[in-house]
Design a protein around this ligand. Structure first.
Ligand code: ARG
Ligand code: ZN
Length: 840
């Protein structure tokens, strides 16, 4: 059933208080509810309807009398008074058999919940929509040692959350858990008790997450003036979780991979991701919980803003330049790919079938880019003024994008109507630029065009903030960064008073999420890589150079460009550059990036050829760098106890770039030595990766398994490494073999993703010419769908690029999609996805 933003109507009844009693049992948990309803004066109709799925209703009463409820698969209706009343019910549910991991379920013997977006209706009958907010009191009965819910602990398994909240923020956890405790004193001097709850063996992996939490709490006070609002903040780690984590009020629940960290078992990338997710969920307390969404079409209101906030936090805690580059790499890999394929949708979608299918890179990451553009357009001061107004005006409310934008219109006096198109129009804008130089005046003329996306054939011009700086040919900045606000289809900007024709640096800091179509020769790119004062564009110039080199290697059988190799060597030798930045300059565009770039240029990509080009290029880089690599490697070794800070991580990243290049020259001697002596996972896993890529990693892989077979999160890495580094068309067979490994468990999303996420990410392997990658993934998505529709649907995005490829591959991908579509009892989740992908 497709639902539409334009059909929104206010709820018939509002909720004041909710009392829930849980009598826990693995297969027969009883949930007894007592809900105080009152008619909503703003509603037109008085239909009393409660959502409810997979519930066994025992009884239901209204004001103490049998409610005479009519029950369907989706909910319950009853005759309700046109005045305040009490609804009570008892239902039975089965957490143990709930493999969808939505509602109340069990993970490794522990009870836990995931209610966003619409999981609460699998717990009890309720108006499960975010604009209905109630004050919850929860009692948990059972033998479990630890029993947690939202808000403050009243003792004896009883919890009270004083803040009205929508049902999607409800949470319950019960099990044999231990805690890593700490405290935080807020800016007004309140002491908050903090805990991270884990299984016994994981207690040594909580310290970093706790530190990240305290830094997040401090940061939100300092930067946004936001203080925590309960006496207690709990985080729980669970092994089986569909997403990264969930911001339930006062009781955040985390995928264990997104919170547990130790130097021995976590890489630098893991530490950075954990810090960001802890911050993200904590920041939701204001952007999501205190101010929530009116309906799920407004999801970006909380997600785009909270992703933006967590990226600001990471930039402040680490390196802003490195964070921006990493975010843009990820944006292009996931969001641009989505925006340029059959699943393209606006940041605020206008219709959906299954809301879980819209927790996307577009809603999250493009949603965050939109906030960043708003801040660039109105300036920092007005941005924070607008945020303050939003927090005071809308505290306690369920809001819309219109409410959010109105705050900034009011603070700035600016009309944001055109800006709002970023929320309603899908697709990545293509921005062309032409330059002119005459009598000391330099003119940049921009053109903009957004290609059609499903359901949106034509697009209006958007307001695009393009940051531009100008350099002279000595590499000095002759015009500081200026924001060109492109508002028309063709829009020119003049720079006056220049002595000579400058070299432009355009879209600095990636100020707008666009595809910049710029005629730029490789000499200019090399010049900007060497000289640009904007660190993002310095990197971007190197990336454009690498992309061009790879494309010419694919399309013209060119050999690796000497200018590119020289430019890399210059970066490697520049001691003023941050090692983390150097590592990013040396990372080449992914096979998927090159495939998209080829397709955009009218060339059908051949994944096999892209694989060979990537290998040849890296081999050439290794040869060109031959004399320098041992010195870089030696200089980047970090002594002393492990620290996950940005500086040490940057040295390891650059050292491991050197290692992986060295491995192409020394047969793996250095990598083997590092693998054996490593005392942290970053060094161990980098060495293993280098060995596997060079096809000399079999022994190391066996040793790795033996060493870590009791650590689920490390074994996830072991599964994924083998598929990631499988050569050419080998990945499907490798993945298939791994599904027979005794440690493969399809019901654990992390393990399933370790194998099949890696398969989808291995471009040459997934697109293996015999179609075995497509067939294998389709087989397993059908199997997984029967147990866990959400994760199956999410992973079907592997097929979203099918229109890029040749007729044979398209035919085989279509066949795989049709086969899924026709599978008996397919979930609505997966059906919506394959249908949208097929209808491209
Ligand atoms: N709100 C969570 C976050 O952004 C994501 C949870 C979404 N879960 C889901 N099943 N759709 O961190
Ligand atoms: Zn979020």
């Amino acid at each position: 059933l497709e639902i539409f933003l334009s059909d929104y109507t206010p709820p018939a009844y509002l909720v004041d208080t909710v009392e829930l009693v849980f009598k826990l049992h693995p297969t027969a948990t009883r949930v007894i509810s007592k809900i105080a309803f009152r008619p909503n004066p703003e509603a037109m109709d008085r239909t009393f309807y409660l959502h409810g799925e997979q519930l066994k209703l025992i009884w239901a009463k209204i004001d103490g009398k049998d409610a005479q409820a009519k029950v369907t698969d989706l909910g319950l209706t009853a005759q309700a008074p046109d005045a305040p009343f009490i609804f009570e019910a008892e239902v039975e549910i089965s957490p143990q058999t709930n493999t969808a991991l939505e509602g109340l379920y069990m993970s490794n013997g522990m009870y836990c919940t995931q209610c966003e977006a619409e999981g609460f209706r699998k717990i009890t009958y309720y108006p499960d929509r975010p604009d209905v907010m109630g004050v919850f009191t929860v009692t948990i009965e059972g033998d479990e040692k630890v029993k947690l819910s939202n808000g403050n602990d009243l003792g004896g398994g009883k919890w009270h959350d004083p803040w009205p909240k929508p049902a999607y923020l409800f949470a319950l956890v019960a099990g044999d858990l231990v805690n890593h405790p700490d405290t935080f004193t807020t800016m007004s001097g309140k002491e908050v008790e903090l805990n991270i709850w884990v299984r016994k063996g994981d207690l040594n992996k909580c310290a970093f997450g706790m530190d990240a939490l305290k830094r997040s709490m401090k940061w939100d006070e300092e930067v946004y003036g936001r203080e925590y609002d309960l006496d207690l903040f709990n985080i729980v780690a669970v092994d089986d979780f569909n997403m990264g984590a969930m911001e339930n009020k006062g009781l955040n629940i985390f995928n264990s991979s997104a919170v547990l960290a130790s130097p021995e078992t976590s890489t630098d990338a893991n530490f950075e991701r954990i810090e960001a997710i802890i911050a993200h969920e904590y920041f939701h307390n204001w952007t999501g919980n205190r101010i929530t969404c009116r309906d799920w079409f407004q999801l970006c209101l909380k997600e785009g803003l909270t992703v933006y906030r967590d990226s600001q936090f990471t930039a402040d805690e680490r390196s802003p330049a490195v964070k921006r580059i990493e975010d843009v790499i990820a944006l292009r890999a996931r969001q641009f790919r989505e925006d340029n394929g059959p699943l393209a949708h606006p940041v605020r979608p206008e219709s959906f079938v299954e809301i879980n299918n819209f927790y996307t890179a577009t809603v999250y990451e493009k949603g965050a880019e939109v906030i960043g553009m708003l801040k660039t357009l109105i300036g920092d001061e007005d941005y924070y003024k607008g945020c303050d107004l939003y927090f005071t005006r809308h505290d306690g409310q369920a809001c819309t994008i219109e409410d959010w934008l109105a705050c900034f219109e009011e603070v700035t006096g600016r009309d944001l109507t055109q800006f709002k198109l970023w929320y309603s129009q899908a697709g990545t804008p293509r921005v062309g630029v032409k330059e002119a130089w005459k009598d000391g005046t330099y003119t940049l003329t921009f053109t903009q065009h957004t290609p059609p996306t499903p359901g949106q054939d034509t697009k209006d011009p958007k307001v695009i903030p393009i940051a531009v700086g100008l350099l002279n040919d000595a590499g000095e900045e002759v015009h500081a960064t200026r924001i060109c606000e492109v508002t028309d289809e063709v829009h020119a900007f003049r720079f006056t008073g220049l002595d000579a024709k400058p070299v432009p640096s355009i879209n600095r800091g990636f100020s707008a999420p666009i595809i910049l179509e710029q005629d730029q020769d490789n000499a200019t790119r090399a010049f900007l890589l060497a000289n640009d004062t904007d660190p993002f564009n310095k990197w971007e110039a190197g990336r454009a150079l690498a992309r061009d080199v790879m494309i010419r290697m694919v399309t013209e059988d060119a050999t690796p460009d000497q200018a590119y190799l020289d430019a890399l060597l210059a970066v490697a030798r520049d001691d003023t550059l941050d090692p983390a930045f150097k590592a990013l300059v040396f990372s080449t565009p992914s096979a998927d990036d090159i495939a998209q770039a080829l397709f955009d240029g009218g060339v059908t990509p051949d994944p096999t050829k892209i694989y060979h080009v990537t290998q040849t290029l890296r081999q050439s880089v290794a040869h060109a760098m031959q004399d320098t690599l041992p010195r870089i490697y030696a200089e980047m070794q970090v002594d002393g106890p492990f620290s996950p800070d940005a500086e040490a991580a940057g040295k390891r990243a650059w050292g491991n770039v050197a290692l992986s290049l060295l491995t192409r020259l020394d047969g793996g001697a250095q990598a083997r030595a590092q693998f054996e002596s490593a005392d942290n996972m970053t060094q161990q896993l980098s060495a293993l990766g280098a060995l596997l890529r060079a096809e000399v990693g079999e022994d190391a892989s066996k040793a790795f398994y033996e060493q870590w077979k009791d650590d689920r999160l490390v074994i996830d890495k072991w599964f994924s490494m083998q598929v990631t580094y499988a050569k050419l068309a080998a990945a499907p067979a490798t993945a298939k073999a791994l599904t027979n490994h005794p440690d493969f468990d399809m019901t654990n999303p992390n393990r399933f993703r370790a194998v099949f996420g890696a398969l989808a990410g291995n471009t040459a392997g997934f697109h293996s010419p015999d179609g075995s990658g497509y067939a294998l993934l389709a087989d397993w998505l059908i199997k997984l769908d029967a147990k866990n529709p959400q994760t199956a649907a999410r992973m079907s995005t592997a097929f979203e690029t099918w229109k890029r490829y040749d007729a044979d591959r398209q035919g085989m991908m279509r066949e795989a999609l049709e086969r899924m579509k026709a599978a008996p009892n397919l979930s609505g989740d997966l059906l919506e996805m394959v249908t949208r992908i097929l209808n491209a």
